[in-house]
Design a protein around this ligand. Structure first.
Ligand code: 2BA
Length: 108
């Protein structure tokens, strides 16, 4: 058994979850936020047999879009103005996915 941990942009979450459910996969959804942008995203936990991994990955890939986002960053400047903030653009996603082995799976 594998655990797929997928970090998905909030705007794609509904589409990914809906398709996973339609295809018979079970999903736990957790609200999370990125350490860099500090904006909301969604972390999904998907427990799946080894044969299902590729199917789950292809669903996540097909329903998650890449986006450009802008973040304001502050750099110290040797001026009386102190910190100066300037915008930088980063490419987010589609999705960040980890696939890990599960030693044991039980349900009570
Ligand atoms: P954030 O940490 O908010 O990162 C958002 C985007 O900012 C990243 O997109 C990347 O393009 C950029 N970025 C992140 N850290 C950076 C840095 N130190 N310097 C420059 N640019 C940086 P993605 O790579 O697609 O990541 C989207 C979200 O997935 C991340 O949100 C984070 O929540 C998660 N994530 C990505 N890689 C991860 C990892 N190795 N471990 C845990 N979570 C991860």
């Amino acid at each position: 058994m594998k655990l797929i941990i997928a970090i998905v942009h909030d705007d794609d979450t509904s589409k990914v979850m809906e398709e996973l459910n339609n295809q018979g996969f079970r999903v736990t959804r957790m609200c999370s936020s990125g350490g860099f942008l500090k904006s909301g995203n969604t972390t999904m936990l998907i427990g799946v047999d080894e044969e299902g991994v590729d199917k789950v990955l292809s669903i996540i890939e097909s329903k998650s879009k890449t986006r450009k986002e802008t973040v304001n960053t502050a750099m110290p400047q040797s001026s009386p103005m102190g910190y100066i903030s300037y915008p930088i653009e980063v490419t987010v996603g589609g999705a960040t996915v980890f696939v890990v082995d599960i030693d044991r799976f039980v349900k009570y």
